[in-house]
Design a protein around this ligand. Structure first.
Ligand SMILES: Cc1cc2nc3c(=O)[nH]c(=O)nc-3n(C[C@H](O)[C@H](O)[C@H](O)COP(=O)(O)OP(=O)(O)OC[C@H]3O[C@@H](n4cnc5c(N)ncnc54)[C@H](O)[C@@H]3O)c2cc1C
Length: 424
């Protein structure tokens, strides 16, 4: 079993990075070469801005190249609960912005002709307990009423025809959304940014940034350069002088296993319409088929950071979950296992704004394949003066109380979530 991302292992590696360190002056320095930073770089460079993008590792080497590949509509939280919490108007606005984000990704794939196996098959949220079906039905009513008349509720028998597992009691089907090969999408997006003129520097962490009058001086281990504006698109960053942001985000591990290739008849039997699936538990699972007929199966597994030992431990937990969900795969080998860090904000919503004059957007909270691309573009449009606002502009973004260094509270949060899953 390979302890690496299936997506990165099966995509062409990006080779358009600069072979010398950044120097001189740029209009914009973007820190972070995930979907957010790359989408911003592409938009800015297309408009003629001189862009330097610094990536500490390889482009899309973190969350963007390590996720479940689901590009779905709808907020990460339960929509009906969000209406109760924020009111109908705000909740509807949040929901619609995810639909806009899906459209943004689809438009970008088309404009740049990125071959990334995009499939528009929607998402099933599967009820893991009978009571969850009733909760999903309430969510269905609220979504249909406010934001999407095309959403559907599936009975237990209908859900079983979509997902051949004994575990589920029905499902909510949100049709507007897709899935893609995020490694191929990421490489295509990076190529597009370079084609439009952006300079991408891989293995170049930003280690310092200082304001000098109207511009910024940025340092990397071997160089320094200047930029008029800075965009921080650093996700759950563990590198560089970003403590202000680290206090506002919990880096939560999420883990994935991928099986060996399955017979196409078996895939046809298991998930015939190739929907992207998530389960209704708080510490639940997400799964889908890959373009080469494997099952990708992920979940939070353990409330721990990602790393090769931690990923392997989580992989064992996921193996049990996969066998429970699909007993027909109990003899199937796992070919891949990896993990990644989710940039979880306290309200589980993205945050965008300016800090010390620098633009930032992060906090996608595990639901950012679509939104990171959309927000990267919007932040670029804001920097170009083409828009004044984005859906996630934060006037204030308080730190997570007590969060100064390592996220010591994660095991406690994990324990609390597991208890909730048992009780409800
Ligand atoms: C296991 C997993 C499964 C997921 N599944 C899904 C899913 O199915 N659907 C969905 O919608 N979302 C999913 N997500 C979330 C989604 O992947 C992210 O929200 C999205 O990719 C965020 O993109 P980003 O560009 O903001 O961050 P990232 O992709 O994390 O990119 C940030 C980049 O910044 C770089 N960086 C940080 N600090 C510095 C520095 N000082 N200098 C230079 N570079 C720096 C990092 O190296 C990194 O490459 C998942 C996430 C994980 C981890």
């Amino acid at each position: 079993m390979k302890l690496e991302s299936y997506w990165l292992d099966t995509a062409p590696a990006f080779s358009g990075g600069r072979d010398h360190p950044p120097e001189g002056h740029y209009d914009v320095a973007i820190i972070g070469g995930g979907f957010t930073g790359l989408a911003a770089a592409r938009t800015l460079a297309r408009e003629g801005a001189r862009v330097a993008l610094l990536e500490a590792g390889r482009v899309v080497g973190e969350a963007s190249g390590r996720n479940g590949g689901q590009c779905n509509t709808g907020v990460a939280q339960d929509y009906a609960a969000m209406v109760d919490q924020l009111g109908r108007e705000r909740a509807a606005r949040h929901y619609r912005s995810y639909s806009d984000a899906v459209a943004s990704v689809e438009q970008l794939i088309e404009e740049e002709e990125i071959a990334c196996d995009y499939l528009r098959r929607g998402k099933l949220k599967l009820a893991a307990k009978p009571e969850h079906y009733d909760k999903l039905a309430r969510t269905y009513e609220a979504i249909r009423r406010d934001v999407d008349p095309d959403v559907a509720m599936l009975s237990q028998a209908e859900a079983r025809r979509e997902v051949d597992s004994p575990l589920f009691h029905g499902a909510l089907w949100q049709k507007n959304g897709g899935q893609m090969h995020v490694g191929r999408f990421g490489a295509g997006l990076a190529d597009a940014a370079v084609r439009h003129g952006a300079h991408l520097f891989e293995h170049t962490p930003m280690t310092g940034v200082e304001r000098e009058g109207e511009r910024y001086r940025l340092t990397t281990p071997g160089s320094e350069f200047h930029a008029d504006n800075v965009l921080l698109a650093t996700g759950a960053s563990q590198v560089g002088p970003l403590n202000w942001f680290r206090r506002r985000l919990a880096p939560v591990g999420s883990f994935i296993v991928v099986t060996e290739p399955l017979a196409s008849e078996q895939c046809q039997q298991m998930i015939p319409n190739q929907r992207a699936c998530v389960t209704s538990r708080i510490v639940g699972h997400y799964f889908r088929l890959t373009p080469d007929n494997r099952l990708l199966f992920g979940g939070r597994a353990r409330f721990a950071m990602s790393g090769s030992q931690s990923d392997a431990k989580s992989g064992e937990i996921l193996r049990r979950g996969l066998r429970e969900t699909f007993p027909q795969l109990s003899a199937t080998q796992l070919d891949y296992c990896w993990g990644g860090l989710v940039d979880m904000s306290r309200d589980r919503l993205p945050h965008a704004g300016r800090h010390d004059g620098m633009y930032y957007v992060m906090g996608f909270s595990g639901h950012g394949v679509q939104m990171s691309v959309h927000m990267g573009r919007m932040m670029a449009e804001m920097m170009l003066g083409h828009r004044r606002d984005t859906p996630w502009q934060s006037e204030e973004w308080p730190a997570i109380p007590g969060h100064f260094g390592k996220p010591w509270f994660l095991p406690l949060v994990g324990g609390w979530y597991r208890l909730q899953d048992r009780l409800r």
